[in-house]
Structure formats: structure tokens, C-alpha cells
Design a protein around this ligand. Structure first.
Ligand SMILES: *[C@@H]1O[C@H](CO)[C@@H](O)[C@H](O)[C@H]1NC(C)=O
Length: 108
């Protein structure tokens, strides 16, 4: 009984670990400088906080230490780039800012 309960517990923590959020830095242009905001994007839910996403110049995945396959939506529902961004592969949208409607990140 005890062993079975422990096995269940570790299976549950493994499942949770498989869904670590992607740590994304949202960079915003202030004209003569840039400002970073760090957010978490769960692979289960798109991130769509307009307060953070209404002025974006670049997007970087900075954690965890494996890549996610992330895409940034335009307000019209299409992607800014057909190419994903992820660890070591930032997405530079503009030297100014653009509006990102949502960010979606998948594990594979
Ligand atoms: C924002 O974060 C990115 C990724 O870590 C980094 O390359 C960039 O220099 C940072 N910008 C500022 C203003 O800190």
C-alpha cells in the first residue's frame, strides 16, 4: 500500500515537472533604452496579458534549460513569424514596439 502510494506521488510530480512553464523575457523599447519584463508561459495555456504584451520589441526564452517552441500572435490572429522562437533563438519583432495579442509555447 505504502509503496503504491509513493509510486503514485512520484508519477504525479513527474507529470507536473513535464509542464514547467517557459520563462520568457518580453523586451520593450523605451525609445533610447529597453525594458525587460519576465513572464511565465505555460505550455497548456496561451499567455495574453495585454499590459505586458501591448508594447513588445523582442521575445527571448531564458528558461528552463531546454527549448520550447513559441509563437507570437498578431492582433489579426496570424503569427509574426512562421519560425518558432525559443532557447537561444530570440524573436526580434521591431526596433520600436508592436502589439502581441498572445504568446503560445509548446514543448515539441
Ligand atoms: C533583456 O533580456 C535579454 C535576454 O536575456 C537580454 O539579451 C537583453 O540585453 C535584456 N535587455 C535589457 C535592457 O536588460
Amino acid at each position: 500500500m505504502r509503496a503504491a502510494a509513493l509510486t503514485l506521488l512520484s508519477a504525479a510530480s513527474l507529470a507536473a515537472a513535464a509542464f514547467d512553464p517557459a520563462i520568457i523575457v518580453v523586451e520593450k523599447s523605451l525609445g533610447n533604452a529597453y525594458q525587460n519584463t519576465t513572464i511565465e508561459v505555460s505550455p497548456e495555456n496561451d499567455y495574453a496579458n495585454a499590459e505586458v504584451l501591448n508594447q513588445v520589441s523582442s521575445l527571448y526564452q531564458v528558461g528552463p534549460d531546454y527549448t520550447y517552441f513559441c509563437f507570437a500572435y498578431k492582433p489579426d490572429g496570424t503569427f509574426y513569424s512562421d519560425e518558432w522562437f525559443g532557447l537561444g533563438k530570440p524573436l526580434h519583432l521591431s526596433t520600436n514596439n508592436v502589439v502581441v495579442q498572445a504568446i503560445t509555447c509548446r514543448v515539441e
